[in-house]
Design a protein around this ligand. Structure first.
Ligand code: PLP
Length: 394
């Protein structure tokens, strides 16, 4: 008999849980698009995005768009047809960004990597040193790859670019990491930072965000792929309606405002610590389960495991059976394996508006499912997660 009744537990890596105060902030009548309130909320969100991206010199933009669209916004504003871009693969998402670039007419080269490892900064340095003519105009990477659960060391990749003395624009997708872990646009010399509303930023899908460095804005002046909707110059005009190239997403802006307020009330750094502690609890459970042979981490190196999502392999069994079980019997929705890991993995999100009991509930449901489906696993994963959280308070 199913035990799934009660509030559904959404443990997928996006969209993530939306706090009630954020939902309530959007519950309002249609608004005058020229109202002072709307302009004010737009300007405050754009200003706070600078704090979230950690940039003083960058300019922020918001689009009525999801993450895929924000990728396109980033590329079209700074590049021209035929430009060469180097994609640093660590799973699916940087490659997907590159695919979007290929359709725009960019010359895309992928620096390949297995689906179990982070980008290797030494390989980046070697590839850039070989580009003596500086044909590569931009480097694309994700901070957290949501398919593999890999976290890339963005500071180390920046250092590799500097060691090669390469002038390419450094473009970073922080969609599955912003609000969940350190991201330092200015410190790490990032030229275009990309994110979206529905993951660490605790909002419904529908807002895409960019920050552009002065170097990116200089490249923008001569970019050949510029398009009216995405165009930074269009959006830099003083009139309020220009900020969204048309009707502003008023309700979403009030929702995002409330989500930013929550994030700043907690403190950005405190949110990073919370994510690290919850990730440690998840990793402690997976570590114990993996002793049985039917469960394994996807990411080999512990340091390359993301603080916002954990990808778990199920050697010898179909992860969809486990996902079906936790959903129908326990009301917990786990993420599915993507791409190469489809049918081979499930994903546990610990991203955004999430706390210890939510993580423990999800882990408990998985452990019940592992036993019910006779998936070989070490006993005591949840207990290990509890111990990890006890350590957090020691
Ligand atoms: C979710 C995600 C995307 C895509 O965002 P959509 O809003 O689904 O288009 C891109 N990159 C990363 C790292 C993501 O996690």
């Amino acid at each position: 008999m199913s035990l799934a009744r009660g509030r559904e537990f959404l443990s997928i890596p996006g969209p993530t849980n939306v706090p009630d105060v954020v939902l309530a902030a959007m519950h309002r009548p249609a608004m005058d698009i020229y109202s002072a309130d709307l302009l004010k909320v737009t300007e405050s969100c754009l200003a706070d995005l600078k704090k979230i991206f950690r940039t003083e010199s960058g300019t922020t933009y918001a689009y009525v768009a999801n993450g895929h669209a924000a990728w396109e916004a980033a590329l079209t504003n700074v590049l021209s047809r035929g430009d060469k871009v180097l994609v640093l693969a660590s799973g699916r998402f940087a490659v997907g960004w590159g695919d979007a670039g290929a359709m725009l007419g960019l010359d895309v080269e992928v620096l390949a990597r297995s689906w179990h490892e982070a980008v290797d900064p030494a390989a980046v340095e070697a590839r850039l040193k070989a580009d003596v003519a500086h044909a590569i105009k931009a480097i694309l990477v994700v901070q957290v790859d949501t398919a593999t659960g890999v976290v890339n060391d963005i500071a180390a990749i920046r250092a590799a670019i500097d060691a090669a003395g390469h002038p390419a624009l450094f473009m970073v997708d922080a969609i599955a990491s912003i609000g969940c872990m350190p991201f330092e646009m200015d410190l790490w010399g990032i030229d275009v930072a990309v994110t979206a509303s529905q993951k660490g930023l605790m909002m419904i899908p529908g807002l895409g965000f960019l920050a552009a460095s002065p170097k990116a804005r200089a490249a923008h002046a001569t970019a050949g792929l510029r398009a009216s909707y995405w165009d930074w110059t269009n959006r830099d005009q003083p009139e309020g309606y220009r900020k969204f190239c048309g009707t502003a997403p008023g309700h979403a802006l009030f929702g995002q405002r409330a989500a930013f307020d929550l994030l700043f009330a907690e403190g950005l750094e405190a949110a990073w610590v919370r994510h690290r502690a919850l990730a440690a609890a998840v990793q402690a459970a997976v570590e114990v389960w993996s002793r049985g042979g039917g469960i394994a981490f996807n990411v080999t190196e512990p340091a390359a495991r993301a603080p916002s999502v954990t990808t778990v392999l199920t050697p010898g069994s179909d992860p969809e059976r486990l996902r079906d079980f936790t959903r129908t019997q326990l009301g917990v929705i786990l993420g599915s394996g993507l791409g190469e890991l489809s049918g081979r993995a499930f994903r546990i999100a610990h991203m955004g508006y999430v706390n210890a009991p939510m993580v423990l509930g999800t882990l408990g449901a998985i452990e019940i499912g592992l036993a019910a489906l006779a998936i070989p696993h070490g006993a005591g994963g949840v207990q290990a997660a509890v111990a990890a959280l006890q350590d957090h308070f020691r």
